[in-house]
Design a protein around this ligand. Sequence first.
Ligand code: HEC
Ligand code: HEC
Length: 200
Amino acid sequence: MRMIARMLRRPLPALLAALAMAGPALAGPQEGAAKAQACAACHGPEGNSTNPAIPSLSAQPKQFIVSALYQFREGKRKNEQMTPMAAGLSNADMNDLAAYFAMQKAPAPQHKTKPENIDPGKRLTAQHNCIACHAGNLMGQQHIPRIAGQHEAYLREQLRGFKASTRAEMDGVMTSAAQALSEKDIEVLADYLAGLPAAN
Ligand code: HEC
Ligand code: HEC
């Protein structure tokens, strides 16, 4: 737990912090709404994706979206569909898009968690400190994403990726967190998290 408290206190990497402050304060969401039209084909209207392999962006913390776009743009995190989309974004674009998507509401989840996975899922999120970093309601905070109500298939693939060290990330904490998870834990967690309402 001490490690987590330290991580949450630690300032964002300097570059990200500078990115988050770039641009006029009011430009964000309005500019973002126009720029976000290019994202809807994959991430859905208002960032609510209906494709199980593509994450929803609605109600994600602003800093997390900036951090993810930055990692795609710099080629640290790679995906054949997403990388070309991030390649041409300026720092101001990333900020505007993030401000817009962070303000969008996530609908009630379509996914229904299997009854036998509810208690084990809840237990795993406490035992492995998911709730310490991703916040008690799993809505994320700062550069840590919302995982409540995200697509089951996407959550499962990302957790497998962190465990195998194939999913890139800013500072390695999630790769460490995933090491203790068994394949069964990953399946239970993905099913559990996908059924949680987004508390927005
Ligand atoms: C052609 C389809 C496509 C388009 C268009 C697209 N994306 Fe993506 N995006 C993806 C896929 C697929 C992923 C998941 C990549 C992975 O599995 O790592 C992704 C992931 C992301 C993530 C990381 C989310 C997370 O939870 O980790 C962000 C942020 C993002 N996209 C933002 C955008 C923005 C902003 C736009 C518009 C400028 C956009 N995307 C346009 C396909 C697309
Ligand atoms: C020490 C803090 C910490 C702990 C503990 C932690 N996470 Fe994370 N998690 C993060 C951070 C930071 C990221 C974002 C990494 C990045 O993309 O830079 C993340 C990303 C994720 C993602 C990717 C989501 C997306 O939209 O791309 C999933 C899924 C996830 N965590 C699930 C979990 C689960 C389940 C647990 C508990 C088993 C957990 N995390 C524990 C910090 C943590």
